[in-house]
Design a protein around this ligand. Structure first.
Ligand code: NAP
Length: 275
């Protein structure tokens, strides 16, 4: 099993743990007996979750407030991944979306928002994944202790998406990079799993500035707890990737297979209600 059995020295570091899918993943890991290191900017929300997890499971949860969009924040968290010997798992959950067509986002504020998106969704995830792969593979060779990584992607990874072009491209990066590294890690004792949720009720819609989740049919919007359960189960088993829910699996398959010449104009028109 790539994620070592739970125990006091088998910690999982979870980024984006202050709300939504990251917080649900931390709860799911705690329910399975894993102590956690919780990372996000909002220290108070992390402290509340840490207290909740201690109450539920009796396990320690450490709070590490950090802005992964800054060099300082990223350095702090990378140091934990590289040097804290208790860390045997990493969940890259932190991420956000920006809605709007690129021409509308070309002013200073819009460009700053898109730059922040790429820094967090792509650069920080890539940096922490590379650090974890290096540390976990080294440890697996020297002490035969396995390790596991879970990267949170999205079903937007499976096709270009007008209206959220930069966000979808950031998740296409996450999906492609993570699946390739999963293959590279074969036989090392370390695994990398990609979790690709569809619309999920979290703080995401507010952060992305859209109320489209309220307008979407109920069946199309999932719960963070179900997404977390699917992601953690796949991580524990060392699977390559998981798309939770039938509607999302159909959407992912459609995105991969549909001809771009037909798909993109249709999505461009459909995304009017999303942005
Ligand atoms: N909800 C969806 O429909 C959906 C669908 C597919 C994929 N996803 C992906 O799921 C992941 C989690 O999103 P969510 O839906 O759970 O949204 P969320 O509730 O808004 O959670 C986002 C998390 O990222 C953290 N974060 C944001 N900026 C950060 C920064 N600069 N440094 C450190 N942490 C930062 C936030 O914490 P702070 O604000 O405290 O920093 C929060 O914990 C994201 O990668 C998202 O792209 C979401």
């Amino acid at each position: 099993m790539p994620l070592p059995s739970p125990g006091p020295d088998a910690h999982v570091l979870v980024t984006g743990a202050s709300s939504g899918i990251g917080a649900a993943i931390a709860r799911t890991l705690a329910a399975r007996g894993y102590p956690t290191l919780l990372v996000a900017r909002r220290e108070e929300a992390l402290a509340e979750l840490a207290a909740e997890l201690r109450g539920l499971s009796g396990l320690t949860s450490e709070v590490h407030a950090a802005d992964l969009g800054t060099d300082e924040g990223l350095d702090t968290v990378r140091d934990l991944v590289l040097h804290d010997e208790r860390v045997i798992g990493l969940v890259n959950g932190a991420g956000f979306g920006v809605t709007g067509r690129v021409a509308e986002l070309a002013d200073d504020d819009g460009r700053a928002a898109l730059d922040g998106l790429v820094r967090l969704n792509v650069l920080a995830l890539h940096d922490l994944t590379v650090a974890a792969v290096g540390a976990f593979v080294h440890r697996a060779r020297s002490s035969r202790r396995t390790g596991a990584i879970l990267n949170v992607s999205s079903i937007t990874a499976f096709q270009p998406l007008p209206g959220v072009a930069s966000y979808a491209a950031s998740k296409a990066f996450v999906q492609s990079f993570s699946e390739a590294v999963h293959a590279e890690l074969s036989g090392t004792g370390v695994t990398l799993t990609t979790l690709s949720p569809g619309l999920t009720r979290t703080g995401f819609a507010d952060a992305a500035g859209t109320d489209a989740f309220d307008a979407a049919p109920g069946l199309a919007v999932g719960d963070a707890e179900d997404v977390a359960e699917a992601g953690v189960a796949a991580m524990v088993a060392g699977h390559r990737s998981v798309v939770p829910g039938l509607v999302n699996q159909l959407s992912a398959a459609g995105g991969r297979l549909a001809p771009r010449t037909l798909l993109l104009p249709a999505l461009n028109a459909a995304m009017d209600w999303f942005t």
